[in-house]
Design a protein. Sequence first.
Length: 66
Amino acid sequence: MKTERLLRIKDVCHQTGFCRSHIYNLIGKGTFPLPVGLGRARRWRQSDINHFISNLPVVNVDGRLK
């Protein structure tokens, strides 16, 4: 059984390229994975972040969706 890695907000920012406030805005819109609660701490599952990244739309150099 593989253990799920839990990420801090700074790790999520690094992996997505988004700033903290943008991540929380996306959460508010319902378009970003919710964190899990560990007491007062919030962490994101690595698998949820990987899934989010892999489902981002791909765009051409001219900015149009492929």
